[in-house]
Design a binder for this molecule. Sequence first.
Ligand code: ADP
Length: 190
Amino acid sequence: MLNLVLFGPPGAGKGTQSQNLIEKYGLIHLSTGDLLRNEISQGTVLGLEAKKLMDQGILVPDAVVIGMISNKLDANKDAKGFIFDGFPRTVAQAEALDELLKTKNSAISVMIALEVNDEELERRLLLRGKDSGRPDDANPEVIRKRIKEYNDKTAPVAGFYKAQNKFKSVSGIGSIGEIFDSISAVISNL
Ligand code: ADP
């Protein structure tokens, strides 16, 4: 199985690159952000609780997202592989993901980190907020909180994969095609 963790701060371009990767490699895309927004639009209890945190730019509890990912892995038993987008976002989530994959005799193949500087991120997110309709993209204070959550809780996840020799980084600045070529080069060298 080809199991990719696409890593990077909010606005790094993980969603855009995921779309290209799904087409090229036939992988299943698991975005915890999309799964949570789906719960919100369906008005579930989980969605209502998650929305309160997401609208403030705060991470939702580990147990919630781990449960969602576990369900999706079970629902896609015959998949060729997965792209994890926006997950794991804490070291506890990364540990739980390793355990979940182990029960399926599988493992993460590689983490690919998209590197983008903070000013460019803020600019992209405010731009996206104009038409995404996402409440967490519309407010500069919430965007800064998301970047802070990323630096405090998510950035350490890179160290988790570095320790397993599974960390690769590519520049997230340039055209969508150029960035995709860099990601594809990492995958073909696995
Ligand atoms: P972005 O990466 O652009 O901020 P996402 O759609 O991945 O957007 O996530 C939006 C929000 O959903 C996050 O700010 C957080 O509140 C919540 N969220 C998404 N994934 C996770 C996760 N793995 N753990 C905790 N919270 C998450």
